[in-house]
Design a binder for this molecule. Structure first.
Ligand code: CA
Length: 484
């Protein structure tokens, strides 16, 4: 249906039409046509949930036997799970901008926590939904400098970056507001309240819900609920296999700079402080899971499940001692790989190993709502991978491109290309020369923990050349996007 027709059926003209048909009904006219059209034109709701610093394996269904995420596991069972999902740049603000625009940071202008203003000429996912007469809302962490309203969200309940886990101050529709309780409960309770108010509205809704957990809180810890922490005995936490990093195959600056030095500050050279952090991260994830469980239950109780798509993805991952590191940004798996689950009407249940990016969420969300996907996006709709017949066809990307073109948290400019089995990372000098200073090649199929750098190994020369040609072409493309 074209936009004009859609607006007719959903806007004031349609409401006027309904009133007229009501009069016709009183006169005893046949109204079968009306009821058929109403069902046919019912449009789905879409909820995108962005979980913060949620690494791909902090999910029971990923095979993690320690973490407790019963509600997300249920979502996996009822929907489609993509364990090979990644972000285009692993840090909060650029990841949000990538989702909102369906484009890389080099195009939307958001490439670090300080380069945090989305190019206002680019239309966001919320603006596309708004144009189709959806009601649009955002909840939880916002973390870009543009205002939610200017990005197409009619209803806002948000806070900016670093925040406390308890009694978080928020902005609700332009007004500052104090809250009490755990941050995820505050976010979800307000979202449920909004849904209660809007469920009788004939407009469908597009909601973006951003969690704060399991991101570290404003004091760099994870003050989860006491009961939840007690479910994770510190001695049961497992130290990662790639904890004691051998830096001989890694760019030397990593050891000397923030990613490693901050880990040392946290005490990660010893097992106990690291296990203590793993416990806090897992408990915060479980508390987040419980809050999302309340949202899922509320959708069921309100009878919205059958009309609502849920797309849940992590905004970036998080190092928990792997390679002796903390934090994110760097292109290793723990940082760039995130959970992705999609559930909703007629979504085929199952698990797919296709390589998905966060920039694919926007076109997929629009496509699920049968809204035309704009042609200028970098991401692609993966609706057909959810069991729907579409024009997209079956061929999907064979690699993902990762860009971190400006220094963030002590990183140097670096890029990566990852296929299902391999990854090539290139690190560049951040100074004017911009020369290539380090390369890493990992055979993920045999070395998922990225311990052995195979650059220079003659046996893998063809693979290296193949990936090198791709990454250098993509880097040129990325640089060109920035200069434009
Ligand atoms: Ca994040």
């Amino acid at each position: 249906m074209n936009k004009a027709a859609r607006l007719f059926f959903t806007g004031k003209y349609f409401r006027a039409g309904v009133a007229s048909l009501g009069i016709l009904l009183l006169w005893g006219y046949e109204v079968k046509l009306f009821s058929q059209q109403s069902d046919e034109e019912k449009r789905p709701n879409v909820i995108v949930i962005y979980t913060d610093d949620h690494r791909w394996d902090a999910l029971g269904k990923s095979g993690n036997d320690i973490i407790k995420t019963p509600n997300l596991d249920k979502l996996v069972e009822s929907g489609h799970y993509f364990p090979n999902s990644f972000v285009t740049l692993s840090i909060c603000t650029p990841s949000r901008a990538a989702f909102l625009t369906g484009q890389y940071g080099s195009r939307n202008d958001v490439m670090s926590q300080s380069l945090n203003t989305i190019n206002p000429d680019i239309k966001t996912v919320a603006q596309y939904f708004l144009e189709e007469d959806y009601s649009t809302s955002v909840f939880g962490k916002w973390h870009v400098s543009n205002s939610p309203k200017s990005m197409g969200f009619e209803y806002e309940f948000y806070f900016q970056g670093l925040a406390p886990y308890w009694d978080v101050p928020v902005v609700k529709n332009g007004k500052e507001l104090e809250t009490s309780g755990f941050v995820e409960d505050v976010i979800v309770d307000n979202a449920i309240e909004y849904l209660m108010e809007s469920k009788t509205n004939e407009q469908p809704f597009f909601m973006w819900l951003n969690t704060w957990a399991p991101h570290m809180d404003i004091d760099f810890s994870w003050p989860a609920k006491g009961k939840t922490l007690s479910r994770y005995p510190i001695e049961s936490m497992e130290i990662p296999n790639n904890w004691s990093a051998d830096y001989s195959g890694k760019p030397p600056y990593i050891q000397l700079n923030r990613p490693h030095q901050r880990a040392l500050y946290y005490g990660y050279s010893k097992a106990y402080p690291l296990k203590h952090h793993i416990r806090g991260y897992y408990a915060a994830t479980t508390d987040m899971d419980a809050a999302l469980g309340k949202l899922f239950d509320a959708l069921t109780e309100m009878g919205l499940t059958e009309d609502t798509y849920i797309l849940l993805m992590g905004d970036n991952g998080w190092f928990m001692g792997e390679h002796g590191l903390t934090s994110k940004v760097l292109a290793y798996e723990e940082s760039i790989r995130v959970p992705l689950i999609v559930a909703g009407p007629e979504v085929q249940t199952g698990v797919s190993d296709h390589l998905i990016l966060n920039i694919d969420l926007m076109p997929t969300a629009l496509d699920l709502a049968s809204i035309e996907v704009p042609p200028n996006l970098h991401g692609r709709s993966f609706k057909h991978l959810l069991g729907f017949e579409t024009d997209e066809g079956e061929k999907w990307r064979e690699y993902i491109f990762y860009e971190a073109p400006v220094p963030v948290h002590g990183s140097k400019p670096h890029y990566a290309v990852r296929t299902k089995d391999w990854k090539l990372i290139q690190t560049y000098d951040e100074n004017k020369s911009g020369e290539l200073i380090f390369e890493e090649l990992y055979h993920l199929k045999n070395d998922s923990e990225e311990k052995i750098n195979l650059v220079g190994d003659e046996s893998y020369k063809d693979t290296y050349n193949y990936l090198k040609a791709i990454i250098e072409e993509k880097i040129e493309w990325s640089k060109k996007s920035i200069s434009n």
